[in-house]
Write a protein that binds this ligand. Structure first.
Ligand code: FDP
Length: 361
């Protein structure tokens, strides 16, 4: 965005005028115009998602003032304590998608089964949305950034949109038609891809619009940041411990070592920072989470596609994330995601062949 707010003497001095800004909605419509037979249904679906994100953002900004901190006293399908904001965010996204009518099936971290939506009145109901309504929610009560992750699939032809079953949602990540996230941080940003690059939009709360602020986002090929919960070090496999040791070694020929640890414990926020600055986020198998902790369908797949579209890489250490065949909605996977060279090197260590990637290249 040309002429965006510049900061001088500690104050925002210029504001973009109308000629410089592009709203998310305008951007989506421009993209839609590229497809002559488009019905607009997909554009409306993205609008519904962005509307829910704005409402979640509004509620979250008031979290300390109204009674939405803390847990609901329930556990979700994964056995994790459900926060009030988890439940609220889930409800807002389901409501927005139900009202919009373009989505026939929702899979949410906060619901054991996929949720079929009545598509008889509004919209075409041709889309499936999988989402983590509020990722990193254990951080909410302490004012740390959290996020929403979403992944969109088309309902395969063999399914009826009036009675879609869960199997319709069990598609590999390569079948996604859009993927994105919203980070509710120092500012609120929505980042998404439809397979044609990655674009980021910052919420201007004064006008209630997401504005294009990060067009054609790309991630550095390598970086200096690694994000992992090192508290589990003793339960990591040897190859991973070796990689972590390697990252922390000093090498006069490698400006990226020793690397820096940055771990918020909020996947969206850790991913977003690494995407912009260059780095790797890792959540491997551990003793307590032998299949990894993150969910394949609504955490790993959408972020994997964004990473790849930005020039990065995402694997479980052996297999490309987007090629994994899902067998259940809440399936977990180990995840190594971020700058291409860093993920490749992690894979080389995990596969017992660290010299495959030459040091310092
Ligand atoms: P949370 O449980 O707070 O929702 O996806 C789950 C997640 O957070 C990620 O956002 C985060 O990176 C990870 O779990 C943190 O797990 P650890 O506390 O085990 O590090």
């Amino acid at each position: 965005m040309a002429n965006s707010d510049s900061v001088s003497n500690g104050t925002a001095s210029t504001r973009p005028d109308l000629g410089d800004i592009k709203t998310l909605e305008q951007f989506i419509l421009e993209q839609q115009d590229r497809f002559p037979h488009s019905t607009g249904a997909f554009s409306r679906l993205l609008r519904d998602i962005s509307l829910a994100a704005k409402i979640v953002n509004r509620d979250m900004r008031k979290a300390g003032l109204i009674d939405i901190y803390g847990s609901t006293g329930e556990t979700n399908v994964q056995g994790e304590v459900q926060q009030k904001m988890d439940a609220l965010a889930h409800r807002e996204f389901v409501l927005a998608l139900r009202r919009g009518g373009e989505c026939c099936l929702i899979g949410s971290e906060e619901h054991a089964e996929a949720i079929p939506l009545d598509t008889s009145s509004e919209g075409d109901g041709k889309y499936i949305v999988l989402l983590d309504p509020l990722d990193g929610s254990s951080n909410i009560d302490v004012c740390v950034s959290v996020g929403t992750i979403f992944s969109i699939y088309r309902l395969p032809d063999e399914y009826d949109e009036d009675e879609p079953d869960l199997d319709a949602a069990l598609q590999p990540g390569t079948e996604q038609i859009a993927a994105g996230y919203v980070v509710y941080g120092s500012s609120t940003m929505m980042v998404y891809t439809t397979g044609n690059g990655v674009n980021g939009f910052t919420l201007d709360t004064s006008i209630g619009e997401f504005l294009l602020s990060h067009p054609d986002l790309t991630t550095p090929k390598t970086g200096r940041i690694f994000s992992i919960n090192a508290g589990y070090y003793h339960s990591f496999e040897d190859g991973l411990c070796d990689y972590l040791d390697w990252l922390q070694e000093y090498d006069e020929n490698d400006p990226n070592r020793p690397a820096k640890t940055r771990y918020i414990g909020s996947f969206v926020s850790d991913f977003h920072r690494n995407l912009l600055k260059g780095g790797i986020y890792m959540y491997p198998a551990t003793q307590s989470s032998p299949e990894g902790k993150l969910r394949l369908m609504y955490e790993a797949n959408p972020m994997a596609w964004i990473a790849e579209q930005a020039g990065g890489r995402a694997t479980d250490g052996h297999t490309r994330i987007m090629e994994k065949s899902p067998t259940k909605l809440h399936q977990r996977t180990p995840l190594f995601i971020g700058s291409e060279d860093m993920v490749r090197r992690a894979e080389a260590f995990l596969q017992g062949d660290p010299d495959r990637v030459a040091a310092g290249e």
